[in-house]
Design a protein around this ligand. Structure first.
Ligand code: TYD
Length: 202
């Protein structure tokens, strides 16, 4: 893991912040600069992860808070081993739509599981792999939810839940100012891409 030559970017934010659009636009720009780019997402990013994703997002699933956290972490562990680390080791830029910070914001801040426990499990699931840079696309939860077309088990939680998620992300960014870049998600996508590329400096 330590001799990797790639770059690991994660994108975080509330529902409807525009993370996946940004991931794809950044990938296009970086590929034009000759970089290999792998765009991936959580939960998902592997065959097992995609099956766990279906369980997690299915509105008919009954999942308690501890089981939910462990399922996100199980998907993450497989994602790191099968997709992210091999790509970083061959020098690719990996752009991941959500990663360990989402567990801290959703399961930690919003579901109120102790931060220490989520951090421990994040560390275990990722084998210590941290992003080189994390872009937080910030906007009020109410605006993100209004932009969102699809609803699933997690995104259909009430507004206060999503506002707690937002505040959680803001706190995480304050705690690690070197790793996080916070961008206002209400700007035009062109401005967001320009600022993100500036922060990436690849
Ligand atoms: P997804 O459709 O990927 O949401 P979005 O398009 O908003 O990123 O669904 C992922 C959902 O799972 C989303 O509501 C956030 C939630 N989630 C957690 O609660 N914890 C996690 O660790 C991760 C990765 C996602």
């Amino acid at each position: 893991m330590n001799n990797r030559t790639g770059f690991f970017l994660t994108i975080e934010g509330v529902e409807g912040a525009g993370k996946s659009t940004l991931a794809h636009e950044l990938a296009k720009a970086l590929r034009e600069r000759g970089r290999e780019v792998v765009v991936t997402q959580e939960p998902g990013g592997s065959a097992l992860g995609n099956r766990i994703r279906e369980l997690l997002l299915d509105k008919s699933s009954v999942i308690g808070n501890r089981a939910e956290l462990l399922l996100f972490e199980a998907a993450r562990a497989q994602h790191v081993d099968e997709t992210i680390l091999p790509a970083l080791n061959r020098g690719a830029v990996v752009i991941c739509d959500r990663y360990a910070d989402s567990s801290l914001a959703y399961q930690g801040y919003a579901r109120k599981i102790d931060r220490d426990k989520v951090e421990f499990l994040n560390n275990y699931a990722t084998a210590g792999l941290k992003p080189d840079l994390t872009i937080l696309l910030d906007l009020p939860a109410v605006e993100g939810l209004a932009r969102q077309k699809k609803t699933d088990r997690v995104s259909s939680e009430k507004l206060e839940f999503h506002e707690a998620v937002r505040q959680g992300f803001i706190q995480l960014a304050k705690d690690e100012p070197k790793r996080f870049v916070v961008l206002d998600a209400r700007q035009s996508i062109d401005d967001i891409i320009k600022k993100a590329l500036g922060a990436l400096n690849l």
